[in-house]
Structures are given as structure tokens and as C-alpha cells.
Design a protein around this ligand. Structure first.
Ligand SMILES: Nc1ncnc2c1ncn2[C@@H]1O[C@H](COP(=O)(O)OP(=O)(O)OP(=O)(O)O)[C@@H](O)[C@H]1O
Ligand SMILES: [Mg+2]
Length: 358
């Protein structure tokens, strides 16, 4: 799995013999600075995109293959014991309203390099069936985190998404949607102003108070008020978006960072209160779960509900998305639908992805 943060690749070895699947090992490979820049550039229009995409997809796939080697070594498991790899690819355009979502990937090359069957291109079938093609982790959230009380699961990746799980056995549909920015603007700001890849632990954001005027300006974004199903990406929440909203305000870089951190938390809190107010608690996963300042702000935004990291429920926050896509690969091979139509808005359940056999 490599998501919209464009930070690197999370690989898990998943035991799918029971539901939900269990992680046997995890490996992480950060992208080189060069590959990261290339991938981010490809998220917006530029010259010679076809050639650049072809080259970048190969480089990306080499990182996938290395992460797979790492995870097999960590688990001490032979590649011949692995039924398939689920390889999401790197989203460079997400345009469900135009009927497409593009993930850079070279699944045929991955099958060659890894010597394991590959399932790839998970989103296009849901989009073809009228859905958003996102979020797709909901099926895993239901199995891993569903319980006796209604619960909201929030994945804070580059973009944040929310799954609203009714209590187990309830007739109400599961809902889910992208709430807005997660880490992507925080990371951009840290790289631009502090030459650091991200705000480790949220220390920088904790050092100052947010600017409430800027926060209000950011909150005016119409996407936040749109009803689900909805999904988003770097197309909307770009550095240009932030610059437009900032206007000619003169603020210290740390203040802007604290404001962006608060924005992520407030937008999630509002989404919970507006669309899933029955939530008894909030489970957080994704890299944002390691940002203590963000979690503190999220507690305030979702109060009085408790906010807990997914690790409290037995799944490490940085393994959730990768496990979800391993399970989607399993579903493909088992001939089972992977999407949750009440979440994506698709006309029905669909088998997601395409198989590249070895
Ligand atoms: N120790 C940490 N402290 C603060 N933030 C962290 C820490 N570790 C990771 N992060 C944040 O998490 C991000 C990576 O999160 P993650 O991999 O879940 O996002 P993603 O790749 O966009 O995933 P997806 O789209 O699949 O949800 C980093 O870019 C960084 O912003
Ligand atoms: Mg990531």
C-alpha cells in the first residue's frame, strides 16, 4: 500500500484464513526524495506525462518488490507460500465524477520481480459501477472494528476517511467517505518551511496556538459540507488551495502548521457529529495516529467520545490500509465483492481488481 501522503510503502503479510485477516509481519520502505517528488508532480498536469508515468510506475514497483522481500524475510516465509499480492498503486488522478481514478503501477513487472500472483487496479470497477472507487478499506474496518456499539473508524493518511459502523447486527447501512485533508498539507508545510518530512509526534504543532481566522477561512471549503458518498485527493487539497485560503495573511510557519493540524481534527469531528453522531467512540488508524497533537485535538473535536488508536483493538495503525488491500486481493481470488456499495455509492457489490498471474 502506498497512499496519498506519498511517504512510502507499507507491506504486510496477511493470514486470510479467517476474517478479519491477521498481520504476520509488516515492513515499511520510505520513497527516495526523488521518487516522492516525481510522484507528487505527476498528481497535477504537466508535460510528457505518459513517458514520465511509465518510468515512475517502474521505479515505484521496484520499491513494492523490495518491501515484499522485506516482509517475507521478517516473517521467515517463502514466496511460494504466498497466494497473491494486492498492489494498490500510487493514485495520481482521482476523478470519479468523470468516471476514472488512475493509480500508477506496474503489476506485470511486480509479478516478475516477486514471483507471486498480483492483484491490482482495485478502484476502477467500483467507479465503473457508479461509485467513488473510495474509500475501499471499509470492508476491513467492518470486520476488524465492528462491535456492540456504533463506532467511527478514522484513517488519517494523506487524506482522512471515516467509516461509520452501526452496532453489529443493526440493519442500518455502513457509511464511509473522505472527510478532507489528513497529513498531506501538514507534510507539505513541514517540508517547505522546516525541511523535515513530517511533524514527528506533532511536536511543532504543539509549540504554538492555531490561528482561528485562518482556520475559519479553511473551513469555508464547500467539500466539507457535501453529503456522502464523496472522496477527494491532491487535486483539491493542494498547496495552491492552501495559498488561496491564506490570502495575504502573515503568520509564523509554526502557527500555520498548528492551524492545519487543528483543521484535520475539526473536519473529522464535524463529519462525525453531522453524519454519524451515534458513534460511541472513535478508532484512529493511519500515520496520523502517531501525531499526538492531532489526537489531542481530535479528542476535543469528538468529545465526549473516547478516541483510541487501532492498536488498542489489536491492529497497528500503520498496517490497517495494507491489511485492507491484502484482504481485497483475497476477495478477488475468492470471487467475492470487495466494495461496500453503501459507502462508495456503487450500484452494487463488485469483484475488484485484475489478476496478473506469475
Ligand atoms: N511519528 C509520526 N508523527 C507524526 N506523524 C507521522 C508519524 N509517522 C507518520 N506520520 C504521518 O503519517 C503519514 C503517513 O501515513 P500513511 O502511510 O497512513 O498515509 P498514506 O500513505 O496517505 O496512506 P493511505 O492513503 O493508505 O491512508 C506521514 O506522511 C506523516 O505525515
Ligand atoms: Mg503511507
Amino acid at each position: 500500500m502506498s497512499g496519498t501522503s506519498v511517504d512510502g510503502v507499507d507491506a504486510v503479510l496477511a493470514d486470510c484464513s479467517s476474517a478479519p485477516p491477521k498481520s504476520l509481519a509488516h515492513a515499511y520502505r520510505a520513497f527516495s526524495g526523488e521518487l516522492r517528488v516525481t510522484l507528487i508532480q505527476l498528481c497535477s498536469p504537466g508535460p510528457d506525462e505518459i513517458e514520465r508515468s511509465g518510468v515512475a510506475a517502474r521505479e515505484l514497483t521496484q520499491v513494492y518488490a523490495a518491501a515484499i522481500d522485506d516482509v517475507l524475510q521478517a516473517a521467515g516465509v517463502a514466496r511460494s507460500a504466498v497466494r497473491a499480492i494486492g498492489a494498490h498503486g500510487q493514485t495520481v488522478r482521482h476523478r470519479p465524477h468523470l468516471g476514472f481514478s488512475v493509480q500508477l503501477n506496474a503489476p506485470a513487472l511486480l509479478a516478475e520481480l516477486a514471483g507471486i500472483d498480483v492483484v491490482a487496479d482495485f478502484r476502477s470497477r467500483d467507479v465503473a459501477a457508479g461509485g467513488q472507487g473510495a474509500p475501499l478499506a471499509s470492508r476491513f474496518h467492518i470486520a476488524a472494528f465492528g462491535g456492540p456499539l456504533p463506532r467511527a473508524v478514522v484513517n488519517i493518511g494523506g487524506i482522512s476517511n471515516l467509516t461509520g459502523l452501526p452496532r453489529a447486527g443493526a440493519a442500518a447501512p455502513v457509511i464511509g467517505f473522505d472527510t478532507g485533508p489528513g497529513n498531506l498539507l501538514l507534510d507539505h508545510w513541514m517540508q517547505e518551511h522546516f525541511a523535515m518530512p513530517f511533524d514527528r509526534g506533532g511536536a511543532m504543532a504543539a509549540s504554538v496556538e492555531p490561528d482561528l481566522q485562518l482556520l475559519d477561512a479553511l473551513l469555508e471549503e464547500p467539500f466539507f459540507e457535501e453529503p456522502p458518498p464523496k472522496s477527494s485527493g491532491r487535486e483539491l487539497f493542494s498547496p495552491a488551495w492552501l495559498e488561496r485560503k491564506m490570502g495575504n495573511r502573515k503568520l509564523k510557519p509554526a502557527t500555520v502548521l498548528a492551524t492545519l493540524t487543528r483543521l484535520t481534527a475539526v473536519v473529522i469531528g464535524r463529519a462525525v457529529n453531522r453524519w454519524f453522531s451515534q458513534a460511541a467512540d472513535i478508532v484512529v488508524c493511519g500515520g496520523g495516529a502517531r501525531n499526538a497533537t492531532l489526537l489531542r485535538m481530535l479528542e476535543t473535536a469528538c468529545a465526549p467520545r473516547p478516541v483510541l488508536a487501532s492498536s488498542a483493538l489489536g491492529v497497528e495503525p500503520d498496517q490497517v490500509e495494507a491489511l485492507a488491500f491484502a484482504w481485497l486481493a483475497h476477495a478477488h481470488i475468492a470471487g467475492q465483492p470487495g466494495n461496500v456499495p453503501s459507502v462508495t455509492g456503487a450500484q452494487g457489490g463488485r469483484i475488484l481488481g485484475a489478476l496478473y498471474p506469475t
